[in-house]
Structure formats: structure tokens, C-alpha cells
Design a protein around this ligand. Structure first.
Ligand SMILES: [Zn+2]
Length: 255
């Protein structure tokens, strides 16, 4: 079994062939797919997808940092008015300084707000930290003492950064980027404990080699596992088993 801990299969990219994408996922052994939310528009799309296969998909609730603008409070209120027991995590949230720095302050506030909700409802947090690892650390690290569970999805740093995350008891999300040349993730995957790794695709984005540049999908997790096998020397069966256990521990899936 494999678990895709980060997939946006409710996006338009999959409108034409979602059933085939689901079928290929299952054939590849993907038994659970976690769906992080983006904004107030994507929630309805996510719920449409959930109804297709409620045992495969697990929804999350949150506001993505690139969707944080001057009206973020209103958006957060809109989104979190839907908070209920079906959601297994808060996310994705965090800070993105790659696309736009205009709303940095607002992103920080929206991030803190969502961490507080996670703590209150005892939910894990999915963190996006593109070009903002230091800024993200500053906000989230103090929360490790309060028992927060968090994953740095699509981890963008080096081994030193990864070590800081692991030392706080947090998780590292590894996906297609690990197959890219010079990604810097080789060292990370080799040296950090496999017990701190969650597998993800971030579909439709960041397809692994040899599909790089094309639409990503959960079935490609197989390629990511192969790369981790190459780097760590662990068998792919072992990698799948351990990372699935990690995901089950992290998300506490309701069966
Ligand atoms: Zn994402």
C-alpha cells in the first residue's frame, strides 16, 4: 500500500479523465489520497470529488498562502465555517515568498490563525514553505512544544534544514522533486530517518522524472519510491510500508 499525502485531484486538470486517474492510482497500490485545500472556491470541487470515492479520498481544510490577500480574514471565516469532523488536517497553509511578497504580513497572520485552529481541534498541519523556510520555521517551531503535528510538504531545503525539522518532531514531505537532477534532496533522503518522511505527489504539479513537465498523478508515486530505494538502499516494499505507517500515525485516518 502507498498513501499520497498531498494531491489536488479536484482541480480542473483532471476534469476529463478523473476516473482513469483513480483507476491507475489503485492499480499502483495507492490506497489513500489526502486532499489539501487551496481557497474558498476549491472546497466545493473537493467535495464533488469526495463523493466519487469516499474511501479513497481524505479532505483537509485551509487557506493556501498564495491565496492570502487583503481580505484574508473574510476568506478564513468562509472556509472555516465548514470545519467539521470529516477533515483530517489543516492545510495547506504556510508562507510563499516565491510568487509574491506583497501580503507577507497577512500570510504570517493567516498561518498563525490556522495553526491555532489545528491545536484546538487536535489536527495536523500541512505546511507550504516555498522560498520562506526561515520565515516558516520562526512561526511554527515554537508550537512543537505545544504538541503540534506538522509536515513540511514538498520540502524545499537542504539537510541542515531537514534536521531542524526532524529534531522538532515534524515531518518532511517528499515527492517528484527527489527525482530531479541537483534537487539537493539526495542528501536529505539519505540522512534523515525514514520515520519522518511522508510520500506525496502534489498532483497535478511537480511530476517525477520521466514525466517531468507533464501532469502529475498519484500512480507516479511508484517512481518516487524507486528513487528513494536507489538513495537509501531500503527495499521499495519497506519504504511503502514505513511511509504508510508514518502517514497513518500523522493523519490518524478514520476508517
Ligand atoms: Zn499543494
Amino acid at each position: 500500500m502507498i498513501i499520497d499525502t498531498h494531491s489536488h485531484l479536484y482541480l480542473e486538470d483532471f476534469n476529463d479523465d478523473i476516473l482513469q486517474v483513480i483507476e491507475r492510482s489503485k492499480k499502483a497500490g495507492v490506497e489513500k489520497i489526502v486532499l489539501p485545500n487551496i481557497d474558498d472556491n476549491s472546497l466545493a470541487k473537493m467535495h464533488n470529488l469526495l463523493s466519487l470515492d469516499p474511501k479513497l479520498f481524505y479532505p483537509c481544510i485551509g487557506l493556501h498562502p498564495t491565496s492570502v490577500k487583503e481580505n484574508y480574514k473574510e476568506k478564513l471565516d468562509n472556509i472555516f465555517s465548514d470545519l467539521n469532523d470529516d477533515y483530517i488536517a489543516i492545510g495547506e497553509t504556510g508562507i510563499d515568498l516565491y510568487w509574491d511578497k506583497t501580503f507577507f504580513k497577512e500570510q504570517q497572520r493567516a498561518f498563525e490563525f490556522q495553526i491555532e485552529i489545528a491545536l484546538k481541534h487536535i489536527l495536523p498541519v500541512i505546511i507550504h514553505s516555498r522560498n520562506s523556510l526561515e520565515e516558516t520555521f520562526e512561526i511554527v517551531f515554537p508550537y512543537s512544544q505545544k504538541g503540534l503535528k506538522a509536515v513540511f510538504h514538498c520540502f524545499p531545503g537542504n539537510y541542515e534544514d531537514a534536521k531542524k525539522i526532524v529534531d522538532k518532531g515534524f515531518y518532511i514531505g517528499i515527492g517528484g522533486v527527489v527525482t530531479f537532477k541537483n534537487s539537493g534532496l539526495h542528501d536529505v533522503v539519505k540522512k534523515i530517518p525514514i520515520n519522518n518522511i511522508l510520500l506525496e505527489t502534489d498532483a497535478p504539479f511537480l511530476a517525477p522524472v520521466p514525466y517531468r513537465g507533464r501532469r502529475n498523478e498519484p500512480a507516479y508515486l511508484e517512481t518516487i519510491v524507486q528513487k528513494i530505494e536507489e538513495i537509501t538502499g531500503l527495499s521499495s516494499e519497506n519504504i511503502k510500508e514505513i511511509t504508510s505507517k508514518n502517514a497513518i500515525k500523522f493523519f490518524n485516518f478514520k476508517l
